[in-house]
Design a protein around this ligand. Structure first.
Ligand code: KIV
Length: 271
C-alpha cells in the first residue's frame, strides 16, 4: 500500500484535525538520523524520541537511567532527519518530577538544544502544574498514562494497567485533566481496549495507543521492536512488520565468510 507523504510539516493543529476527521495517526520511535530519515520519508506522522532509547540504544534494563543530555543528543539526529513528521522528545525520569521550575528549565533546554517540536511526560494529576506551566509557555506537551515505564519500580513490572475499576476511573479522570490542561495528545500504554476507547471518546485531543486496542486515534510502537531488530521481546500487542534481526545476522555472516575466505574485496572493489 502506498502512503501519501505530506509536503508540509506535521503540526499539533493538524493532528487534532485528523482526530476530528477520523483519520488515524501513525507514530513510531526513532533515536538516530539514519533510521529517522527512512521512517520520515515513509510518511510517519509523529517521530517519538522515546526514553526507551535507554533500553534500545544504551542497553539498560529500564528507562530510568537516561539523562536529559543523552535525550538531547539522540533527538538532535532525529530532528535533522525529520522533513515531514512532528518530533516529540520524552522528558526522562527525574527531569520534571522535582519541581515546576526544574521541569520548565529542562523542557526549555530540550526544545532549544535539540530543535524538537514537543515533549512527552509520564503521569496525570500529580504533574498537572508542570504541564500547565509548559503549555502556558507555548511548549506542546504530550501526556502518557497507563503503563508508564518510569514507574516500573512502583508497579513491580510491565503488566497490564487499569484492570480494576478504581485504577480505570483514575486513568479516565487523569486523561480529562491532561486534555483540559492543554496536552496536544495523550499516549495510553498497555490498558484494556474498552477503557482506551472510553478515554478516546472522552477527550478532545488525539489519543495514541500502544497495547491499548484499535479504538484510539492512532498507534505507536518502538521502531526496533516492530522491525524485528529486538528479537527477545514479544508481548501480545507487538506486531513485527519485518524480521530485520535475521536479515542483519545473515548479512553480517556473509560478510565474515567473504573476509575469511578472501573473496571480499575482489578486484572490482579495489583501487
Ligand atoms: O519511550 C517510549 O518508547 C514510549 C513509547 C512506548 C510510547 O514512551
Amino acid at each position: 500500500m502506498s502512503v501519501h507523504v505530506q509536503n508540509t510539516r506535521m503540526t499539533t493543529a493538524r493532528l487534532r484535525q485528523m482526530k476530528q476527521n477520523g483519520e488515524k495517526i501513525a507514530m513510531l520511535t526513532a533515536y538516530d538520523f539514519t533510521l529517522a530519515n527512512l521512517v520520515d520519508e515513509s510518511g510517519i506522522d509523529i517521530l517519538l524520541v522515546g526514553d526507551s532509547g535507554s533500553n534500545v540504544v544504551c542497553g539498560n534494563q529500564y528507562t530510568l537511567p537516561i539523562t536529559v543530555d543523552e535525550m538531547i543528543f539522540l533527538t538532535k539526529g532525529v530532528v535533522r532527519a525529520a522533513k515531514h513528521s512532528l518530533v516529540v522528545c520524552d522528558m526522562p525520569f527525574g527531569s520534571y518530577q522535582v519541581s515546576e521550575e526544574d521541569a520548565m528549565r529542562n523542557a526549555v533546554r530540550i526544545l532549544k538544544e535539540s530543535g524538537c517540536d514537543a515533549v512527552k511526560l509520564e503521569g496525570g494529576e500529580t504533574i498537572l502544574p508542570q504541564i500547565k506551566h509548559m503549555v502556558q509557555a507555548g511548549i506542546p506537551v504530550m501526556g502518557h498514562l497507563g503503563l508508564t515505564p518510569q514507574s516500573v519500580n512502583q508497579f513491580g513490572g510491565y503488566g497490564l494497567r487499569a484492570k480494576e475499576k478504581a485504577e480505570a476511573d483514575k486513568l479516565l479522570h487523569d486523561a480529562k485533566l491532561l486534555d483540559e490542561a492543554g496536552c496536544f495528545s495523550i499516549v495510553l500504554e498497555k490498558i484494556p481496549a474498552e477503557l482506551a476507547k472510553q478515554v478516546t471518546k472522552a477527550v478532545s485531543c488525539p489519543v495514541i495507543g500502544i497495547g491499548a486496542g484499535s479504538e484510539c486515534d492512532g498507534q505507536v510502537l518502538v521502531l526496533h521492536d516492530m522491525l524485528g531488530l529486538n528479537q527477545g521481546f514479544q508481548p501480545k500487542f507487538l506486531r513485527r512488520f519485518a524480521e530485520l534481526g535475521e536479515q542483519v545476522k545473515l548479512a553480517v555472516g556473509s560478510y565474515i565468510t567473504a573476509v575469511k575466505e578472501q573473496s571480499f574485496p575482489n578486484s572490482e572493489e579495489s583501487y
